[in-house]
Design a protein around this ligand. Structure first.
Ligand SMILES: Nc1ncnc2c1ncn2[C@@H]1O[C@H](COP(=O)(O)OP(=O)(O)O)[C@@H](O)[C@H]1O
Ligand SMILES: [Mg+2]
Length: 361
């Protein structure tokens, strides 16, 4: 590289909107552009030749560098939360979108690791807004479910009222016949009113009917995890995925399924503290596919364990107690089942079993 090339290089790096860091095969910093100086609060002059871990003392970033040095493989599109100085000189947590590239000379000799970081905090906030709006669809699913739950017994009630009316007609000598008739009329009037209200409510609140489609489960799960990673990052927790390859295609309603999985993951994120770890596994057998969500959070006491899937059961001060009931309903609509294993202070493990080759309903 001649001098002119070198200046051009520097100009390009200076103008980059992203932080650019390159460390050689020994992990010593060789390139550190101005945006990197700002993000990591250290001047480029001070860092050249220094070890990466001293220059960027964030364990979650270091972990990704280590991966590249270990495996000589890239690590792309990871969102990491780090504290950075804010305009007001206070510190705040920013979300960095990071890429880690192994660099090879002529595709053979490992030269080091190049990393880029861009601030996507605003985008992360947007994602959280979207996940908040998922609560609305939670209410929608719940409302539809409740309406159906009420509607079914109502129609059997109506049939029984008609039967009673007929019985009464045959009882010619019954003393309070008129009174019983008017009571029955009142009951059927009330059930009719309820039925009509429910119908209006359902029409007004109609969600798109479940649409079952064939999908790669791992891809669907991956997109849910991506959406929730920033939330986990904010609590310094990690969500690791362990997907079994070559799972059979599954027929699911993607949006409802996403809701069920995110309800479980959100519970795990809320349950962990300190070194929070959440693992999402998929596993397949001939007849079933299993999704396992395991965390090392507060766990569930013996006494609460039988109640957690109950409607509106919550141990959280602001919990709705709806997350698991909805997840259970959605999974059972997919002809699957959801089970839990947990002990207090020993984390929790939720296991979803879905039958293979189910055509949905
Ligand atoms: N991963 C978990 N770790 C510990 N407790 C959990 C976990 N998931 C669920 N729970 C317990 O189950 C209860 C019900 O969960 P959920 O239906 O999502 O309602 P909510 O989250 O609103 O409280 C929670 O309040 C909590 O006590
Ligand atoms: Mg919940």
């Amino acid at each position: 590289m001649n001098r002119t090339d070198q200046t051009l290089y520097e100009i390009i790096l200076k103008n980059f909107k992203e932080a650019v860091v390159f460390a050689d095969a020994q992990g010593r910093v060789q390139i550190f552009n101005p945006v990197a100086e700002r993000y990591f609060e250290i001047s480029g002059k001070e860092v050249l030749g220094k070890k990466l871990e001293r220059v960027i003392p964030h364990p979650n970033i270091q972990r990704h560098f280590d991966f590249v040095y270990d495996k000589k493989e890239g690590n792309y599109d990871v969102d990491l939360a780090i504290p950075v100085p804010a305009a007001s000189s206070e510190r705040e947590t920013r979300l960095l979108h990071c890429n880690f590239y192994p660099i090879f000379d002529r595709g053979v000799k490992f030269l080091g690791c190049l990393a880029t970081f861009s601030d996507v905090t605003e985008k992360g906030l947007l994602l959280r807004e979207i996940s908040k709006s998922r609560d609305l669809s939670t209410i929608g699913v719940l409302a539809r479910w409740m309406a159906h739950e009420i509607r079914n017994p109502l129609s059997s009630l109506n049939i029984n009222i008609e039967l009673l009316r007929e019985e009464l007609r045959e009882e010619a000598h019954l003393a309070q016949k008129e009174e019983i008739h008017s009571l029955l009329n009142f009951i059927s009037y009330e059930t009719l009113r309820l039925e009509n209200n429910l119908k209006d409510f359902l029409d007004f609140n109609r969600l798109p009917p479940p649409t079952f489609e064939w999908v790669q489960l791992n891809e669907v799960l991956d997109s849910v995890v991506r959406l929730l990673r920033p939330d986990a990052q904010m609590k310094n927790a990690r969500i690791d995925t362990h997907f079994q390859k070559n799972l059979p295609m599954m027929k699911i309603d993607v949006s409802q399924f996403n809701l069920a999985i995110s309800n479980l993951l959100v519970n795990s994120i809320q349950a962990v503290s300190g070194k929070g770890e959440i693992h999402l596994h998929t596993r397949g057998s001939k007849k079933n596919v299993f999704i396992i969500i395991k965390d090392n959070g507060v766990g569930i006491s013996k006494e609460h364990l039988p109640k957690i899937f109950d409607f509106m059961f919550s141990t959280k001060p602001t919990g709705s107690g709806l997350g698991l009931s909805i997840a259970k309903k959605i999974i059972s609509d997919h002809h699957g089942e959801i089970t839990v294993r947990s002990e207090l202070n020993k984390g929790a493990e939720f296991r979803i079993r879905l039958p293979v080759g189910q055509k949905g309903s």
